[in-house]
Design a protein around this ligand. Sequence first.
Ligand code: HT9
Ligand code: FE2
Length: 358
Amino acid sequence: MSTTAQRFDALLFLSFGGPDGPEDVMPFLENVTRGRGVPPERLEAVAQHYLHFGGVSPINRLNLEMIDSLRSALAHRVRDLPVYFGNRNWHPMVSDTLAQMYREGHRRILVFPTSAWAGYSGCRQYHEDIARAVAALAEAEPTSVGDPVLLRKLPQYWDEPAFVAAGADAVRRAQASLPNGSSVPRLVFTAHSVPLSADRAAGPAADGGGLYSKQVHAAAAAVAAAAGFEQFDQVWQSRSGPPQVPWLEPDICDHLESIATQGVRQVIVAPVGFVSDHLEVIWDLDNEAAETAARLGMDFVRADTVGTDHAFVEMIVDLIDRYVDGDGDLSAMGCGDNGQTCRPDCCIPARPQSRPRR
Ligand SMILES: CC1=C(CCC(=O)O)c2cc3nc(cc4[nH]c(cc5[nH]c(cc1n2)c(C)c5CCC(=O)O)c(CCC(=O)O)c4C)C(CCC(=O)O)=C3C
Ligand SMILES: [Fe+2]
């Protein structure tokens, strides 16, 4: 690792990945869950959600659109930084993208992850896949042993002002689209649930862990305040895993039931935990939660995700600007080189004994 500041010469846009057709669905789900104890019934159910949309997740198209906007924003600021696309769980796989970047001469690579968060699923798994790709490069491109690459993951950005501002704009647009009601609509934020044990393992043990849920809550509070709401609820979605294992609760649909009994008639659901309209967003919210709200007689509107907002793309460029010359803050939460995991106060492994996935 070099100690003198040196410029980065490319950006790897690193995302989760999703299937592009029905035949991709099962192999994709196997990549996501390999060795992780997700019950087969849950996988079957999730496969059906994908198949409901022809086996195509919107995530890849949305990422490509975000990359297009990012390239224009970089060009606009006269930043000469080629952007490459790689995923953790589906093609283009990060290891293939890295091999291509290497062949095209890139040795110092910044990594932008499409997760804003700390924790095992939100941060550490991204590091693990970076490390795996770097290890695979030694086989794909043997010269990389003597002429190595440096991949530096950018820090978590859940508290960036532009992330909050884009979220607040989305909430305001959603609110404006509700029919006129007699009372203030209830603002409900959702993020991906994780096992309680994983959440407890995130962040300094002295603070009791829970860094993922704390960040989500803090981001939601900031978005709510910026959108002019005095109150909000924080709930979770897309739980999986065996039912006897506790996950973050309440679930969005259970929560809609309970606020209906409190007389709430209008709800704005804001998926603060997701950067773009993933399958989880369009299935669990636009389908399941919307249907639940309809059954309960509530007006329901789902706020947009921030990924298509110009302000969010500008935020990515700002992050890049802070790091591109090689003197960005390496101790910032989420930052790490070549998948060297974050500091222990970010994302200690939830399951230290889990087997490597491939
Ligand atoms: C915190 C978090 C984020 C946010 C951070 C980030 O954005 O990275 C996230 C994002 C996403 N999760 C996604 C998809 C899936 N997640 C699953 C499973 C799981 N997610 C978990 C957590 C998270 N997930 C966990 C603890 C599991 C249990 C199994 C395991 O520990 O791995 C499964 C397996 C089936 C199931 O169990 O549901 C699928 C298919 C997609 C792509 C959707 C598309 O295709 O559009 C995206 C963006
Ligand atoms: Fe997930």
